[in-house]
Design a protein around this ligand. Structure first.
Ligand code: GLN
Length: 463
């Protein structure tokens, strides 16, 4: 099969499913010509990269040269960046083809993708339900095989929770593993680009492609990037206890009240399966776990209030009409930002203001330190920690849209991991049955910093 034939088949499938799913905000016009270029190289016996002919969906808050990149916001409507994000550049250099830009909650602020300024994405498992968020388009596109793999971003769970809701693999790398250059900043101390795929091996291949130091991002790590995918070959599939000696910590606080009963059972069944594979399972407690949610929303909103100051109607995208400069800023921001983004900017500005800084921002930073410490201790005693990726399976479109606190509460399983900067892998581990629907449940595995290799290896065996 040629890359061009593959491109045709993916484009056909993508277009046929789009009216039901709305995963994409934009489909690339150059997919066929990109594929022909690869076929040409193959015919001429020229080198093609390891991602040759792999069709990649890219979350629309990640910049793609010459292609619309809106961040799901009206304020960037019509913006076409002149450059590729480093992660996208690396994918292209290895032969990968960007098939289109996927839908998201505006600037990544949300958990259901209903917060996009443009469209609501459906969950391929049940079209009346949300795909999760904010990388909901990236997750639904992979789940429905509209693309092979996709990039998302994860500030507080936006790769992992949609992966869980859509029954695909989601990988949040260690903070700093992947360059943030070209990712529209939401909360810079938490943001990381991550991978969505149908298999753990694919997540490893994609992570390897996008990882590594970048002079354009001072927070990107200089650590060596292991060839994650080659580690899978080392697994002896005939071994009866391939994970013998591995210590798994089941986080107690993630299986207490507020968690759906069937989600709880699916995670406990996954723990038993890991035990059969040779792991030892220990219950661990992270006492500051429940403080993660309020600390996260204060820190993320504070950083967002500063990062989003750049959208002033002058530099990018949507410019409102006004007869003087302050009016231009005000009108562009008033008409360009959606209500959730405005609320976050207000909350963040409030938390950072002189009178409230000590009470909110500073305390949230202290909680962050506590959380980092408790993870460090738990990971001294265990190789990997496990929990659900979300307290429930996918809910109905519209169900939480008018209740921001209920929506925020759904992030309880994921935000702590961002506060600690750790890597985490989510993979499907069972179903919740609701009437005629089977709704996927995701298992979250959390590792020590820069230990993605271990997560991928265990995930691959477990899969
Ligand atoms: N749902 C969380 C929020 O709204 C996380 C979003 C994300 O990871 N981008 O902030």
């Amino acid at each position: 099969i040629t890359a061009t034939q593959l491109a045709e088949s993916y484009l056909n499938r993508l277009r046929a499913l789009e009216p039901h799913l709305n995963s994409f905000l934009h489909v690339s016009e150059s997919v066929l010509s990109d594929a022909r270029e690869i076929d040409g190289k193959i015919q001429r016996n020229e080198e093609v990269g390891p991602l040759a002919g792999v069709f990649v969906g890219v979350k629309d808050n990640i910049c793609t040269a010459g292609m619309p990149s809106t961040g799901g916001s009206r304020i960037l409507e019509g913006y076409r960046p002149p450059f590729d994000a480093t992660a996208v550049k690396r994918i292209k250099e290895l032969g990968g083809i960007v098939i289109g830009k996927t839908n998201l909650d505006e600037f990544g602020m949300g958990s259901s993708t209903e917060g996009s300024a443009f469209q609501v994405t459906a969950n391929p498992w049940d079209l009346s339900r949300v795909p999760g968020g904010s990388s909901g388009g990236s997750a639904s596109a992979v789940s429905a095989r509209q693309c092979v793999v996709s990039l998302g971003s994860d500030t507080g769970g936006s790769v992992r929770q949609p992966a869980s809701f859509c029954g695909v693999v989601g990988l949040k790398p260690t903070y700093g593993r992947v360059s943030r250059f070209g990712l529209m900043a939401y909360a810079s101390s938490l943001d990381v680009i991550g991978c969505l795929s149908t298999t753990v091996a694919d997540a490893g291949i994609l992570l390897h492609a996008i990882s590594g130091h970048d002079t354009h991002d001072a927070t990107s790590s200089k650590r060596e990037v292991p060839d994650f995918a080659s580690q899978f070959g080392a697994v002896d599939s005939l071994e009866s206890k391939p994970l013998k000696g591995l210590r798994i910590g089941l986080i107690r606080e993630t299986l207490e009240n507020g968690v759906d009963g069937e989600v709880n059972s699916a995670i406990r069944a996954a723990a038993s399966h890991l035990e059969e594979l040779g792991c030892s399972i220990n219950e661990v407690s992270l006492p500051s776990f429940s403080l993660g949610l309020p600390a996260y929303y204060i820190l993320a909103s504070s950083e967002a209030s500063s990062n989003l100051a750049r959208y002033d109607g002058v530099r990018y995208g949507n410019q409102a009409v006004a007869d003087e400069l302050t009016g231009l800023y005000e009108n562009s921001r008033a008409t360009g930002f959606g209500s959730e983004v405005k609320m976050r900017i207000l909350m963040g500005t409030y938390a950072l203001s002189a009178g409230y800084y000590d009470a909110y921002y500073k305390r949230a930073q202290q909680v962050r330190t506590l959380i980092q410490k408790s993870f460090r201790e738990a990971l001294d005693e265990n190789d990997i920690l496990i929990s659900p990726a979300a307290p429930s399976a996918a809910y109905k479109i519209g169900e939480k849209v008018n209740d921001p606190l209920a929506m925020y509460a759904g992030d309880i399983m994921t935000v702590n991991v961002n506060l600690a900067g750790l890597p985490a892998l989510v993979l499907p581990c069972g179903f919740v049955r609701d009437g005629s629907s089977n709704l996927p449940v995701g298992l979250q595995m959390i590792g020590a910093a820069f230990d993605e290799g271990k997560l991928l290896k265990v995930g691959h065996i477990f899969e």
